[in-house]
Design a protein around this ligand. Structure first.
Ligand code: UDP
Ligand code: MG
Length: 330
């Protein structure tokens, strides 16, 4: 069988009216480029508008079309991840399935991929509401300030990337909005390219206008990037900032109580509200410290399981004297 080079990946949820045109345009575009080593994977994210039936007929018409059907609606991020699991190409191109994105931009994206690991589309003439466009500006500005990654339109679905970028991604929840950022944080070269955009002709948008939850996702992503492999550095510092003052305060109260008992002067510390505060802070600090330990404990076993895999792989790949076997070094 011919090796697949390009995988076009399109998540769809209730886009029945757009599917036939989408397949025709993707097929025409690759025909024009003279490329046959491609596949178009449409992930049907639990559509209930007859998309499954239409895709069933389109599969007979387009031999390069593959359909992944999710039993229920799982959201765009998981739909993309489901597609990743089926990708056979070495270059992945993603588009939305509502025809707002243009398959005709694919050649340009592939060309730009020559000098980058991920090319992110930028809808310079975006067809969307003013509120959304404004929100997107604020959000892209914020990402730039916090991470240094300068993108104009990070949430544009039009992207092309290599398969090793895809493997580095972790796309669930709403993380499809942060794919270029994930690639950037993983050390890949990210570039931007102006792409076309149209009005939605059929159906309606599947997302709310106000998506402030994206901010939490950004914080989680940055936290994981910084402390994902050493959670104790975060929880340890945080707990120290709470435990040290509370211990000092408690020591002060011990001395004060001792003086009270010796001289019967001053006030008894048990009546002081600050004592309850210091004890509560100590408890909180202890909890934070334990949380760090639990994270490290889980991480330790996850990493150990992975390293075991790597070590046994390298042992299997050398031609194998006794000395190559790490177990014989003991
Ligand atoms: N989508 C999906 N699952 C969902 C929501 C959306 O697969 O739960 C798909 C949708 O069918 C479209 C793409 O994600 O192909 C982008 O959705 P939409 O056009 O509604 O987003 P917008 O352009 O309004 O941001
Ligand atoms: Mg859309």
């Amino acid at each position: 069988m011919r090796q697949i080079e390009y995988s076009v990946l399109v998540p769809v949820y209730n886009e029945a009216e757009s599917l036939a045109e989408l397949c025709a345009r993707v097929s025409a575009m690759f025909g024009k480029m003279g490329i046959s080593a491609y596949e178009c994977i449409i992930v049907d994210d639990g559509s209930v508008d007859g998309s499954a039936r239409i895709l069933g007929t389109l599969i007979d018409q387009y031999p390069r079309l593959r359909v992944v059907r999710l039993r229920r609606n799982c959201g765009k991020s998981l739909a993309l991840s489901a597609g990743f699991a089926h990708v056979r190409g070495t270059t992945i191109i993603t588009l939305d399935g509502d025809l707002q994105d243009h398959p005709e931009d694919i050649p340009m994206l592939l060309q730009a991929l020559g000098s980058a690991d991920l090319v992110q589309g930028w809808r310079t003439d975006r067809h969307d509401t003013v509120v959304r466009k404004l929100g997107s500006r604020v959000y892209n500005w914020f990402v730039k300030r916090v991470t240094g990654l300068h993108m104009h339109d990070m949430n544009c679905a039009v992207k092309a990337y290599r398969v090793d970028v895809m493997r580095a991604l972790n796309v669930y929840g709403q993380y499809h909005r942060y794919i270029p950022l994930q690639a950037h944080l993983a050390g890949f070269r990210v570039a931007e390219l102006p792409v076309s955009n149209s009005d939605r002709r059929h159906g309606h948008s599947k997302f709310h206008t106000f998506r402030y939850e994206g901010l939490f996702d950004l914080l989680s992503l940055l936290f994981l990037h910084k402390y994902g492999l050493n959670p104790m550095h975060f929880f340890g510092k945080l707990s120290a900032a709470v435990i040290v003052p509370s211990v000092l305060l408690l020591m002060y109260f011990v001395v004060e109580q001792a003086l009270f008992l010796m001289h019967r002067g001053g006030t008894e510390v048990f009546n002081r509200p600050l004592l309850a505060f210091a004890l509560a802070a100590l408890l909180l600090g202890g909890l934070m410290f334990t949380t760090g330990f639990v994270c490290d404990f889980v991480l330790h076993h996850v990493i150990r399981a992975r390293l075991d895999g790597i070590i046994s792989m390298s042992v299997a790949s050398v031609s194998g004297t006794q000395d190559d076997d790490p177990s014989s070094a003991r």
